[in-house]
Ligand binder design. Structure first.
Ligand code: PEP
Ligand code: MN
Length: 337
């Protein structure tokens, strides 16, 4: 971290700053020029808040040289992390296909979809039991019963299950869930993230509706700093001024994130676009730009889905997308190549 000091500071202020930083065990490199003084901090600055530093009277500006995330940083962990759930893998050249309904609605619905997506090559079954809905009057999910139905579908198909947690108090219900999803709305629920840092299961962390890439990585860092290094990141679109799609799919985030971190990054074209017809082109684009997988909503009867039918693929359409995606994979972008 580099601090540029204000001109005409008082020597006492300078001494206070230097002593304070030395007490924090930083090695300092001070360069006094004719017009400005620059202080270079050597050491782990991840606990220093740049806004707080900038607010000091003596400080004119602050520049961070390294990234504030450590566990998620590719610099300290150059090899790709591979998430392995009983042989179903995501990352490090393994393309993960997660598919299933937005919400678990019934045993018949879920098992029908699970079998179909498995036939199309999906390696994981998704389905919301606890649903974060904008309206309190909309379907809120089957909750505990939904998780039981997911486990029944897993028993029938062998597919590992991915489902969203909305509150720490529900954690005991997730004991047999394979991958715990943290939805966009909870990406910065730091208490939840801390708790998931103590869980021995992969966490699928979705990018917040208005979150930057660095904020996503810092949220991953919350989980990892607690000891759980099994994090899968998910780009699911961010909110912009464009109303033609539900969100704007930020595909350039994929190669950027993959340069910054060793964690796998998948794409959710369903929530990113909100339009079933756009799921295929965006899935192909995600595969081409180096994503490690896709999470796609599939429903056996989209017009009658209890949630997100407009963006759900039929099993036939999913089969088509999965086939085309596989054809693209040999040409996908790889960092460093
Ligand atoms: C979901 O995947 O069911 C979901 C609610 O997605 P998001 O958190 O990305 O909106
Ligand atoms: Mn949905």
């Amino acid at each position: 971290m580099i601090l540029v000091l204000n001109e005409n500071y008082e020597e006492k202020q300078f001494e206070n700053l230097v002593n304070w930083l030395k007490n924090k065990n930083f090695e300092l490199h001070v360069s006094k020029g004719q017009n400005s003084t620059i202080v270079g901090l050597i050491g782990d600055t991840s606990s220093l808040d740049t806004d707080m530093m900038e607010s000091l009277d003596i400080v004119k500006s602050v520049k961070r040289i390294g990234e504030p995330y450590k566990s998620a940083n590719r610099k300290f962990h150059p090899l790709d992390t591979v998430i392995d759930v009983d042989g179903a893998k995501i990352g490090g050249g393994n393309f993960g296909m997660i598919a299933g309904p937005c919400s678990v609605e019934s045993e018949e619905q879920l098992c029908t979809i699970a079998k179909r997506v498995k036939e199309s090559g999906a390696g994981f079954l998704r389905g919301g039991a606890f649903k974060p809905r904008t309206s309190p009057y909309a379907f809120q999910g089957l909750r505990k019963k939904g998780i039981e139905l997911l486990l029944a579908a897993k028993a029938e198909t062998g597919l590992p299950i991915v489902t969203e947690i909305m509150d720490i108090s529900h954690l005991p219900l997730f004991e047999d869930v394979d991958v715990i999803q943290v939805g966009a709305r909870n990406m910065q629920n730091f208490e939840l993230l801390k708790e998931l840092g103590h869980v021995d299961k992969p966490i699928l962390l979705k990018r917040g509706l208005a979150s930057t890439i660095d904020e996503l990585l810092m949220s991953a860092e919350y989980i990892m700093s607690g000891g759980n290094e099994k994090v899968i990141l998910c780009e699911r679109g961010i909110r912009t001024f464009e109303p033609k799609t539900r969100n704007t799919l930020d595909l350039s985030a994929i190669p950027i994130i993959k340069q910054l971190t060793h964690l796998p990054v998948i794409v959710d074209p369903s929530h990113a676009t909100g339009v079933a017809k756009l799921v295929e082109p965006m899935s192909l684009a995600a595969a081409a730009c180096g994503a490690d997988g896709l999470i796609i909503e599939v429903h056996n009867d989209p017009p009658h889905a209890l949630c997100d039918g407009q963006q759900s693929l039929t099993p036939e359409a999913y089969d088509d997308v999965a086939r085309k995606v596989r054809a693209i994979l040999p040409y996908s972008y790889k960092i460093g190549k």
